[in-house]
Design a protein around this ligand. Structure first.
Ligand code: ASP
Ligand code: MG
Length: 464
């Protein structure tokens, strides 16, 4: 049994979906036991969140966003499907999903607020839409396929926005639903990212959670391998769009891959390796647009043992929020309240730090969530601001992060000083620093426009 998962950039338009269908058909020719997992089309999940948040204050703005999403999926369906029955069926399924979301947004508009539970209902629609498109395309290409919502398969806790799967409860459901399909020669096209509580209430596994879905299904089905298809050649020493000399890390241990993912290597969701470890299921990261490249293989014990070069992980499009104290009455409770308020708004805080001397709290969030974050913080602290207990809550300029993650055993103790020495030579402006207990990793926040130059410089310095 092989699990193949395709990310949003592999499904960004009709041409990409057709390419994915071709890869699935090809894989099925050699491995008839195949399960496919899909993310939403690139940007669709962000658009759904934006619609839900817009609905809180502006019903019409939410509608407009949903209509744009409907048009995008309908256009893809028309380009992908020639058979009138397939096209008609797909259009009606797509319309059903969008209409559901429109109803949820109407309730949000009526209430004037969106709970994390409702946000999960809305956010999960992207995968329902993309799985409908891919399954239909596969059938058109002569490959039996069925779109399967993971709400029927994966049981999770009720931690909306970042639910934890319950593997023991999911295993029998996954097997009972997917094996009959596979035995009958069909390819299940399962929605990534979503699950449901034991009572059937839809949840999501957290942003980027489709990788995790693939691993959960792999564990539940005792798969021989899980392949994750993205738009880069696996995990590299740096982003190849920034550093031309970046090299693919051919093989990594589960532990090493989990660390890189935790530092924001966007090709892999941090929780993905955990379900695979116990059964020793190998994970392969491949490039949809360069399928002959072997990518990165993640296993328990890499055959090519020995030190690996450090990897530089950079992220752009982030925003630093600041909660500033007003002299005396600062307590650490401010941090607790800020984090809870953001969790309540389904915002993921990527990094945070509190300075003693200045009595400020800095929180790093995605640009797309900056407005919602600021609103949540202003709501939480409105009373404190009015009473002058806090000075202000602000949204600072756009930033990026750069993390240098070494492989244990190589240059350990010198990696962090070398990185700082390089930053010093470049005269880079560092907004914030986070260093872990380990001497193998360090992260810095820099102004967004300086990310690329800084990454190129550090990559050169560390690889000489
Ligand atoms: N579509 C979801 C997201 O954008 C899940 C994923 O892509 O893995 O976060
Ligand atoms: Mg992803």
């Amino acid at each position: 049994m092989l699990i193949m998962k395709f990310g949003g950039s592999s499904l960004s338009d009709a041409r990409c979906v057709a390419q994915v269908a071709a890869l699935v058909a090809q894989a099925r020719a050699t491995d008839p036991e195949l399960v496919v997992v899909v993310s939403a089309m690139a940007g669709a999940t962000n658009a759904l969140f934006a619609a839900a948040r817009a609905a809180c204050s502006n019903r019409e703005a939410a509608r407009e966003r949903l209509e744009a999403l409907r048009a995008r999926h309908e256009e893809a369906a028309r380009a992908l499907l020639q058979t009138p029955q397939e096209l008609e069926a797909a259009l009606s399924t797509l319309a059903g999903h969008i209409d559901d979301v429109a109803r949820y947004c109407d309730s949000i508009a009526t209430l004037g607020e969106a709970s994390v539970r409702t946000l999960d209902l809305v956010a999960g629609a992207g995968e329902r839409l993309s799985s409908t498109l891919l399954a239909a395309r596969l059938r058109e290409a002569g490959v039996a396929a069925e779109a399967v919502p993971a709400t029927e398969l994966i049981v999770s806790d009720a931690h909306f926005g970042a639910a934890e799967p319950v593997l023991e409860a999911s295993r029998p459901r996954v097997q009972a639903r997917l094996w009959p399909l596979v035995r009958r020669g069909a390819v299940p096209v399962v929605t990534g990212y979503i699950a449901a509580t034991a009572d059937g209430v839809p949840t999501t596994l957290g942003r980027g959670g489709s990788d995790f879905t693939a691993a959960i299904l792999g564990a539940c089905l005792d798969a021989g391998a899980v392949w994750i298809w993205t738009d880069v050649d696996g995990i590299l020493t740096a982003d190849p769009n920034i550093v031309a000399e970046a090299r693919t890390l051919a093989e990594l241990s589960y532990a090493d891959a989990a660390t890189l993912a935790a530092f924001g290597a966007e090709v892999l969701h941090p929780k993905t390796v955990a379900p695979l470890v116990e059964r020793g299921i190998p994970l392969q990261l491949l490039n949809t647009f360069h399928p002959t490249h072997p990518g990165t293989r993640i296993v328990r014990q890499p055959a090519l043992d020995g030190p690996r070069p450090p990897a530089i992980i950079s992220t752009r499009g982030l925003r630093l929020l600041e909660v500033a104290g007003n002299g005396g009455c600062w307590t650490t409770a401010v941090a607790g309240r800020a984090l809870s308020a953001l969790a309540g708004a389904s915002v993921e805080v990527l990094m945070f730090s509190q300075s003693f001397s200045e009595r400020t709290l800095s929180l790093l969030v995605r640009q797309s969530e900056a407005e919602a974050s600021l609103a949540a913080l202003e709501r939480e602290f409105s009373d404190d601001l009015a009473r002058g207990l806090l000075a202000e809550v602000t949204c600072l300029s756009q930033v990026g992060t750069i993390s240098v993650v070494g492989g244990a055993g190589r240059d350990g103790a010198t990696l962090v000083p070398k990185t700082f020495a390089a930053l010093g030579r470049l005269d880079a402006q560092i907004v914030s620093v986070a260093q872990s207990v380990s001497e193998y990793h360090v992260s810095v926040v820099v102004p967004e426009e300086q990310v690329d130059d800084t990454v190129r410089f550090i990559h050169r310095e560390l690889n000489t």
